[in-house]
Design a protein around this ligand. Structure first.
Ligand code: MIG
Length: 793
């Protein structure tokens, strides 16, 4: 291989233009440093004096660069740019960067730093960066990677791939999210390499003391994000790349899918069985066979003679219909979608002119160029009939890596051309965002035609920022215990990579799970934001009742549990959408000061207060659980445990160990067969004695539609204080939403004393009528006036 290597060399001049610092080097390189906030620096390199057009699909249009006070200093050996939290020093000798905190502690510094190679084969360059790995430094993030959360000593790459039956450690797979977080000496930071070309990340694998990342083209363009808390690194990255709208509440319910349910009678049989067995369910999925010859936006009328009627009948029974839409458009002169795309030149072309032809389900297909804004607009319009007239409420985008059959590399050849929103390029640059742009166009279309209701979009492929448009599932997994482990890795990892609305195919897509595996999978997935069983359908049945009566009981109990947790889960979503807080938090993120958490992957938090400890092995009766510091109530027995150590937890098949943080207040709904089935007339607040000044939140709105954008919602903040002879709980409410319930059922667990005085809203009330049993006090109170409860020994 012939190539020229290039490094910036000596610094010769620094200019400040608006908020950017431009550093010129002796080798003609320009380094552009933008200070986006007190915590975020953006760094770009131009090797030949010119920057690329500044365009990114990842960065959210809502992200506004703040007015940041920066100080610039020129010193003997280096120049320094600092904010209130961070100091970036650049060596005059070789332009290497070093980030440190105000106390002078090095957070992250260049090893070789930026370098560049001309690559004759690719007709482009390779942009590289290398940083020093510190003693005791750990790395996390990177989207849907299948290995252990802690990436130290590993190398991964980003190139979206259809990886049917992927294996543990297999890489790359479906998603490409070039963002990692790191921690050393207790300080957390992150790097987002916003480059869509095939990219690689090496975390001390090739050389133990070096982390590097490089891409096969494009610009060295990365964001350095300071914590020092890991959760804030994720939150700042998520703010930069955006969050979705609030999902409709039904989309947080249980969903049932298979490849495929057809004809209509079969769909009805399945949905009827949910109601017959009283297993809650909100959505039923139609896979590719609902279409006429796999033509998107058509129906096979022999299987579904009257889709509109069917969808509305399903809706009456509380089922939303979600359908699959793939990117491949069948080459068929008589097919309207094809005709329109041909007339308007919407399909991707090869470098030398012809359309990009590829085989997928419909046979030979052409593929819309979703990186063209005109194509996205047209695509959005195609949803009119499906959504507005037929009444479908969610769309599932598959095969959007894009995936092709019978071709080496399983995707478009490198030379395929894309518009890239007016920055024409080859597939090498557009590949990783193709699926994202399809999901974007789909989201816009479904939302536009959804008559004011909130849409649900699910995507398989994703690049950084895709979370703004869609939820995601983890692709074609297998019914194995190893894949149950992979699912908990992927969902935690995606959550820390800005993508919270995720889940796996429950039970496994390929092969048939044993009843035990299915139960354990359901128990884990109750705590995953996207909660759907899906399977390839070429083996046995995979519905909650397919595993015998005993299994059904447990599965039903856990799906019901999900429905009672909906207000808690919805609140965690609200915190994600508005405060960028990930819904799932690995315990290393929950308490990074505790070294023992840095390699733990088998426990995680959902929302603020629930610690989930899935059972990932067959025949388990118990498992070891690491409880983070603090005190935790075992949810099923209400027994209190000291954290900061490993304990052995009961884990019979009817139970998954979960723990509630002391001092927490958790809101519960009554069980329903689907969201909206019943009017909630009482909200249960399970409250756990202990801790000092613990806050809990509840967000509520109508659960669908956009009234919340007009301020029709409530934010409630509960605070608890506990002492040897007292307990106090207060509520501050804020907002204009009128909930349907009129009472709270307060259940206070773990009281170490029998209360002899109770004050409700500052007034003494009688103790005796309130049920006190098993250390749980139950008080029912008017919800519109409740502000405080005090208990005294
Ligand atoms: O080539 O639509 O990941 O969920 O059921 C397989 C059929 C295509 C792959 C998806 C899977 C879906 C299946 N699809």
């Amino acid at each position: 291989m012939t190539y020229n290597e290039f490094i910036p060399g000596k610094l010769i001049e620094v200019k400040k233009i608006n908020d950017n610092f431009l550093l010129y080097t002796e080798n003609g390189c320009i380094i552009k440093i933008a200070v986006l906030s007190d915590h975020i620096f953006r760094i770009r390199y131009a090797t030949d004096g010119m920057f690329e057009n500044d365009f990114s699909y990842a960065i959210s249009s809502r992200f506004v660069q703040g007015q940041v006070e920066t100080t610039y200093k020129e010193l003997n050996e280096h120049v320094e740019i600092s904010t209130q939290n961070l100091v970036l020093s650049i060596s005059k000798q070789d332009c290497k960067l070093c980030f440190s905190d105000l106390a002078g502690k090095v957070i992250c510094k260049d090893e070789k730093g930026f370098h560049w190679e001309e690559h004759h084969h690719y007709g482009g360059n390779i942009v590289k960066m290398s940083k020093v790995v510190h003693e005791g430094e750990h790395f996390y993030g990177m989207g849907d990677k299948t290995m252990h959360l802690n990436l130290r000593g590993r190398r991964v790459s980003n190139w979206a791939m259809d990886t049917y039956g992927f294996k543990k450690e297999e890489d790359p797979i479906y998603k490409a999210i070039p963002f990692y977080t790191a921690i050393h000496a207790g300080i957390g930071y992150g790097i987002f390499f916003d480059n869509t070309f095939k990219a690689n990340f090496d975390f001390g694998s090739e050389r133990r003391s070096v982390t590097s990342f490089w891409a096969e083209g494009g610009e060295m363009n990365y964001y350095f994000i300071f914590g020092p808390k890991l959760i804030d690194v994720t939150r700042r990255y998520t703010q930069l790349t955006g969050t979705p709208e609030l999902p409709p509440l039904w989309a947080l319910g249980y969903q049932q899918s298979k490849w495929s349910y057809y004809p209509e009678e079969k769909v009805k049989e399945i949905t009827d069985k949910f109601r017959k067995y009283c297993v809650p369910c909100d959505a039923i999925y139609l896979d590719i066979d609902y279409m006429d010859g796999f033509r998107c936006f058509t129906w096979d009328k022999s299987k579904f003679p009257d889709p509109k009627k069917m969808v509305s009948e399903l809706n009456e029974k509380g089922f939303k219909t979600v359908v699959i839409i793939d990117p491949g458009i069948k080459i068929d002169e008589k097919y309207q979608v094809y005709q329109e795309a041909i007339e308007n030149n919407y399909f991707c072309r090869r470098a030398d002119g012809p359309f990009m032809k590829g085989k997928v389900w419909p046979g030979d297909c052409y593929f819309p160029d979703f990186t063209n804004p005109k194509v996205r607009k047209w695509w959005s319009g195609l949803f009119k009939e499906l959504i507005e007239e037929i009444g479908v409420r969610g769309v599932w985008n598959d095969m959007n890596e894009p995936a092709l059959f019978e071709i080496q590399g399983k995707t478009f050849p490198d030379d395929v051309r894309h518009d890239y929103d007016g920055n024409p390029c080859s597939h090498r640059k557009a590949h990783n965002v193709y699926g994202m742009q399809m999901a974007r166009a789909t989201f816009k279309g479904v939302k536009k035609h959804n008559l004011g209701q909130r849409p649900l979009i699910i995507t398989r492929s994703a690049y950084a920022g895709t979370q703004r448009y869609a939820s995601a599932w983890t692709g074609d997994n297998i019914a194995s215990w190893e894949h149950l482990w992979i699912a908990t890795m992927q969902c935690q990892r995606l959550s820390t990579s800005g993508f919270s609305f995720v889940g796996s195919d429950i039970g496994g897509f390929i092969d048939h799970p044993t009843p035990e595996l299915y139960i354990r999978w359901i128990q884990l997935a109750v705590f995953h934001p996207f909660f759907r069983t899906h399977s390839s359908g070429d083996h046995g049945e995979q519905e909650p009742w397919s595993f015998g009566e005993e299994a059904l009981k447990t599965v039903k109990k856990f799906i019901e549990f999900r429905y009672s947790l909906l207000p808690y889960i919805y609140t965690a979503f609200y915190q994600y959408v508005t405060e960028y807080t990930p819904v799932l938090k690995p315990i290393s993120v929950y308490d990074q000061s505790d070294q023992d958490t840095l390699y733990r992957v088998d426990e995680f938090l959902m929302g603020d207060h629930i610690l989930v400890c899935p059972v990932l092995e067959p025949n388990a009766k118990s498992r070891y659980v690491y409880l983070p510091k603090g005190k935790w109530y075992h949810y099923w027995s209400n027994v209190l445990f000291d954290g900061g150590k490993e304990i052995s937890a009961e884990a019979s098949l009817e139970e998954i160990p979960i723990y509630i943080r002391e001092g927490a207040v958790l809101p519960f709904y009554p069980v329903m067969q689907y969201v909206g089935e019943k009017t909630v007339d009482q909200l249960t607040l399970k409250t756990y004695f202990g801790g000092e000044n613990i806050s809990s939140y509840l967000y509520e709105d109508s659960g669908d539609g956009y009234d919340y954008e007009k301020g029709i919602y409530n934010r409630k903040k509960f605070k608890t204080q506990s002492g040897a002879d007292f307990f106090k709980m207060t509520l501050k409410s804020n907002g204009h939403y009128e909930p349907s319930y009129s009472t709270y059922k307060l259940m206070i667990y773990g009281l170490p004393f029998t209360p002899s005085r109770i004050l409700m809203n500052d007034k003494e009330i009688e103790v005796s009528p309130h049920f006190f049993n098993n250390q749980c006090l139950t008080v029912i109170t008017d919800s519109s006036s409740f502000i405080s409860l005090e208990l005294y020994k």
